[in-house]
Design a protein around this ligand. Structure first.
Ligand code: PSU
Ligand code: MN
Length: 308
């Protein structure tokens, strides 16, 4: 990754817990906050934050939530912080990697997406992060998530449930190949598609245990490969939605987004909240379930990784 500037220590505020876990090489999992501040509605965002935090701890790892707060990059948030980042009454910017400097200079609160979280994690030597679904290539609009390029140039293991069901899975998978991002199925050789278990696309690489995933991450490190590994765990069967149903629902959401003139960063939050409406809450239940499962898996891999 890029050499951090000399002032980097001054703008970072790392919790004692995360700082000592990193120093002692204990397992740490980075967690993004945009899913809380922009991706999930209250009260589910805070419930999900607590559940993910607990899941990581129960597996024996330390959660490292990342955010921008009062001209500082925060790593390691407590309960009160999580409450603030889940409060929709507060103005909270959606911060991708390119926005970090602007968000810091401006002050106030910023919730980090996968691209910003991965960058922050890499700077601290945190190798594993968990999210719900990564961004990707949206159909028709030319909108491509910054998540993709950052995964191409930052190390780390991103545990997710595949690309979000609101993007074009074929174009997204092709772009990841072009960018040199290794895509690996967790216990499946089909591309998981967020709230859908199978996008209808084959995956070449599969791992089936946290130990295998940790081994793969270790090999990436040993080679010095500087792009991330995308580990895709399918949403649990009990919460999964059928592909056709989701495709129809997403089309309806896209039409509503167009009618409302939604563009830019607002597209993903708008489509996710509309998808929850159109599916009668089913997409939200699935989203919450997969976030919890991904945090759990990331923690298990972090524990295996530090066990050597
Ligand atoms: N996973 C979810 N919900 C979310 C996100 C991930 O279940 O809201 C967020 C992540 O922060 C991801 C971002 O980086 O959505 C992608 O947004 P965009 O498509 O605008 O790049
Ligand atoms: Mn976008």
């Amino acid at each position: 990754m890029q050499n951090p500037g000399r002032d980097v220590a001054a703008v970072f505020r790392v919790s004692d817990e995360v700082r000592s876990a990193c120093a002692e090489r204990r397992p740490v999992v980075a967690l993004e906050t945009s899913v809380l501040s922009q991706g999930l509605p209250p009260p589910h965002n805070l419930e999900s934050a607590y559940a993910m935090d607990r899941a990581v701890r129960d597996e024996g790892a330390i959660p490292a939530w990342t955010a921008i707060d009062g001209q500082q990059v925060r790593v390691g948030l407590g309960e009160g912080d999580l409450e603030r980042f889940c409060d929709r009454a507060l103005p909270i910017a959606k911060v991708a990697r390119r926005d970090l400097a602007a968000a810091l200079a401006r002050g106030g609160m910023g919730a980090t997406t996968v691209s910003a979280t991965l960058w922050i994690a890499a700077l601290l030597g945190i190798d594993i992060m968990a999210t719900g679904g990564i961004g990707g290539v949206h159909p028709h609009s030319g909108d491509v998530s910054a998540d993709l390029l950052e995964m191409a140039r930052l190390p780390g293991l991103v545990v997710c449930a595949g690309p979000k069901s609101i993007v074009d899975p074929v174009a997204t998978l092709e772009r990841l190949e072009e960018l040199g991002v290794l895509v690996v199925g967790y216990g499946t050789d089909r591309l998981p598609f967020f709230i859908v278990r199978d996008a209808g696309l084959a995956l070449e690489h599969v791992v089936s245990s946290p130990r295998e995933a940790a081994g793969l991450a270790r090999m990436r490190r040993a080679l010095g490969v500087s792009s991330a590994v995308l580990l895709c765990q399918p949403v649990g069967e009990a919460h999964a939605l059928p592909l056709r149903k989701v495709e129809d629902a997403v089309r309806e959401c896209e039409a509503r987004a167009a009618a409302h003139g939604v563009t830019g960063k607002a597209v993903t939050p708008f489509l996710l909240s509309t998808l929850a409406l159109v599916t009668g809450g089913a997409s939200l239940s699935a989203n919450l379930a997969l976030l919890h499962a991904n945090a759990t898996l990331a923690a298990r891999i972090a524990v295996e990784a530090e066990a050597g």
